[in-house]
Design a protein around this ligand. Structure first.
Ligand SMILES: Cc1cc2nc3c(=O)[nH]c(=O)nc-3n(C[C@H](O)[C@H](O)[C@H](O)COP(=O)(O)O)c2cc1C
Length: 180
């Protein structure tokens, strides 16, 4: 798949098979994150431990319920809601709160990783909600090997899309202007 096709085909996948992704694919996706444009360091933590994934999910659901944000609360209250969507791999992206570019660094890395995942035939979702869980329970960061002083900014789920996933077309947005 060429790069433009991978960009066009990438969609947020919210239901995964339990099957783990291949290490060789994971390494290519991680490399795509590492070589994204960046202005300063950031950390890529790969979590494939089922117990820790379940813990991050459970703490994040509770944090969504406690957030007071209507959209978050209503999603978290759906019975059985899993903010990680059953993905067998979660990539946690963290950076120093002192670097004003941490968010931009991590967004660029996350975008590269989701495009690489698409090119490799994997599903992915760039997401913010687990950040609420990491904020609510500091012990999670230590368990995930996140360097001290780093804040979790975004996560990327990785896995094979479940068979019944239906991917809607992206609506055309009108958010471009040209000055020539
Ligand atoms: C900064 C950011 C945070 C996001 N957080 C979440 C999230 O917490 N959970 C989720 O399911 N999707 C999340 N998304 C995915 C968006 O909902 C999705 O990209 C958007 O609806 C467009 O759909 P598409 O990715 O399938 O093209 C996030 C996307 C971005 C850029």
């Amino acid at each position: 798949m060429n790069t433009l096709d991978a960009i066009a085909r990438r969609r947020s996948i919210r239901k995964y098979k339990a099957e783990q992704i291949k290490d060789a694919d994971l390494e290519q996706i991680i490399k795509a994150g590492k070589i994204a444009p960046n202005a300063g360091p950031f950390q890529i933590s790969v979590i494939q431990n089922a117990e820790l994934l379940n813990k991050i999910s459970a703490v994040s659901v509770q944090a969504m319920k406690d957030s007071g944000i209507k959209m978050m609360v209503s999603r978290a209250e759906i019975p059985g809601f899993d903010p990680l969507y059953g993905a067998p791999t979660l990539v946690v992206l963290s950076g120093s709160a002192k670097n004003p570019y941490s968010l931009a660094n991590i967004a660029a890395a996350g975008a590269n990783m989701t495009i690489a995942a698409t090119a490799l035939g994997l599903g992915s979702c760039l997401m913010a909600t687990p950040e609420l869980g990491f904020k609510a329970d500091a012990a999670l960061a230590a368990l995930a090997g996140i360097p001290e002083g780093n804040a979790v900014i975004l996560c990327v789920t990785l896995g094979y899309a479940a068979e019944d996933v239906k991917i809607p077309d992206r609506a055309e947005t009108d958010n471009v202007n040209y000055v020539r």
